[in-house]
Ligand binder design. Structure first.
Ligand code: HEC
Ligand code: HEC
Length: 448
């Protein structure tokens, strides 16, 4: 990955050279201006490269100091290392870690270790090997902090990559090259949180006991997390199902105005929100909407609307992090993953009779502007919309849909397949589509 990183940068630098070269000729008659402008053009290009590189590092490796929460407070590292290394319990083996959906970056592993994993000489049931993988910075989004005299960790932190990255499984299932921005729909965040030996802080925040916190976290299931739980304390929907939502992609977001399923704000808004309030990093966050004690009793009680840490480890990283995320394109579908002719027919329906493109406007596949709708407009309940300040759902950008079919579609995965989504719209909008037409529309969705 390091190699391809510098390759990308080289390409970008030479592109910058091409751009400035193409501006030299027309400006030749006005040399004074050229002298003034060219250096600033270069300043811009250099700035772009700098933001990109810093943002990627932040996305993958920065904990914003959240080890204070995950390690020092919840003591998650003790459950990972196990009693043998100074922690508690049996420890988390690599097999169990992969089973919980954690991913391993194969480019961080020495070849001997990859060989050992493939030929079975590396024991994937031994937590010592999880510690070894962590020390190689190979477990996506999990950052080991320090070392104790008996070989354990002093603490552990998490990064954005934990939930918003996967790997391409090129070495083995769960082990391969990074895919930044892809939602990890295998990751059982709740199961990992409930491993933590001390959830008293979370229990106190939510005014429940630790057993309840564990039961709630365990109710989320793979690929889901509840970003609003720490605000409103609502763990379950009125129908008794979990209130958690699917982890969304962090790719294909450039040009999209509102982010999150319910349009809390833009990427930099949400990044500040997550880094401070979800990951529990150390930073600054301001949003007086969270002072509304009726809608957000937990947040209002805890003062989440105005957070000021002694040391701000978040704010300086927001610009590069924003830039990097906007650089991540939605991945193109594999060649033979959909029926091209059906998809072409489906596109005509999408833009015509089925009226999809009134909201999903190509090529963003959301509305340019204020892309917010009530549950009524799309034929669903308002439970999740009502957990956000705008009480609405944001039109989801649809590119790269094929890459996150696992877990289903819509914010809570209520539709298992894209065909089920189409069937839902067919009923809600009384479109009178035939089965063949619905299938065409589904093929089109898979082609995006
Ligand atoms: C514990 C898992 C988890 C972690 C860690 C996490 N996120 Fe998320 N992220 C989510 C979930 C779940 C949502 C959906 C929230 C919602 O809509 O209510 C989300 C939403 C988003 C969105 C909105 C996507 C869209 O379609 O508009 C972006 C962007 C994002 N996260 C970026 C980040 C960044 C950057 C970080 C690190 C600072 C981060 N996330 C850390 C789980 C996570
Ligand atoms: C009134 C605006 C509107 C129209 C019209 C509309 N959508 Fe949507 N679409 C939305 C909103 C809002 C969501 C988010 C729903 C949620 O997450 O609960 C969404 C979500 C989706 C999703 C799920 C994406 C994901 O990642 O989970 C798909 C697929 C989709 N729409 C396809 C279509 C198709 C196909 C049509 C035409 C038949 C259509 N939409 C018409 C607003 C619209």
């Amino acid at each position: 990955m390091k190699k391809s990183a510098s390759a990308t940068l080289v390409v970008a630098v030479s592109m910058a050279a091409v751009w400035s070269a193409s501006f030299v000729a027309p400006r030749a008659e006005a040399p004074e201006r050229q002298q003034d402008e060219r250096p600033f053009d270069q300043t811009i290009s250099a700035h772009a490269l700098d933001l990109f590189a810093k943002g990627r590092r932040t996305f993958r490796f920065d904990t914003f100091g959240d080890e204070h929460f995950w390690g020092d407070t919840l003591k998650l590292h003790q459950a990972i290392e196990g009693a043998r290394f100074g922690g508690v319990g049996p420890g988390l083996s690599p097999a169990a870690a992969l089973g919980a959906g954690l991913k391993v970056d194969s480019t961080a592993l020495p070849q001997a270790l990859i060989d050992g994993i493939l030929n079975g000489t590396v024991n994937l049931n031994d937590p010592a090997n999880t510690l070894a993988l962590l020390r190689l910075n190979a477990v996506l989004g999990v950052v080991p902090i320090g070392a104790t005299s008996n070989g354990g960790l002093q603490s552990v932190g998490v990064t954005c990559a934990l939930c918003h990255s996967t790997v391409d499984d090129s070495v083995a299932p769960g082990i391969g090259r990074r895919r930044d921005g892809w939602p990890n729909r295998d990751l059982n965040v709740g199961a990992i949180i409930s491993l933590a030996p001390d959830l008293s802080t979370v229990a106190a925040l939510l005014q429940v006991d630790q057993a309840t916190v564990r039961a709630v976290a365990n109710s989320w299931g793979p690929g889901k997390f509840d970003a609003e739980l720490f605000l409103d304390g609502k763990a379950f929907r009125p129908d008794g199902k979990t209130a958690a939502t699917l982890i969304p992609p962090a790719f294909g977001l450039a040009g999209v105005n509102q982010h999150t399923y319910t349009g809390w704000g833009s990427v930099p808004y949400w990044n500040a929100f997550v880094a401070n309030l979800e990951m529990h990093g150390s930073g600054t966050f301001f949003d007086p909407r969270l002072n509304d004690a009726a809608q957000f009793p937990v947040a209002a009680r805890a003062g989440f609307g105005n957070v000021r840490a002694d040391e701000d480890k978040v704010t300086a990283k927001l610009a590069p992090l924003h830039f990097y995320q906007l650089s991540i394109p939605a991945p193109a579908p594999p060649k033979d993953s959909f029926d091209r002719r059906a998809a072409d027919r489906g596109r005509t329906l999408f833009e015509g009779r089925a009226r999809c493109s009134t909201c999903h406007v190509a090529p963003l596949f959301t509305e340019p502007g204020w892309a917010m709708h009530t549950g009524d407009e799309i034929g669903i309940d308002n439970f999740q919309a009502d957990r956000a300040p705008d009480h609405r759902y944001r039109t989801t950008p649809l590119k790269g849909l094929w890459s996150h079919a696992k877990g289903g579609f819509y914010h809570d995965g209520r539709f298992a397949t894209v065909l089920a989504v189409v069937q839902h719209y067919n009923e809600t909008f009384t479109l009178h589509l035939t089965d063949a037409e619905m299938n065409d529309l589904a093929e089109y969705l898979k082609s995006l």
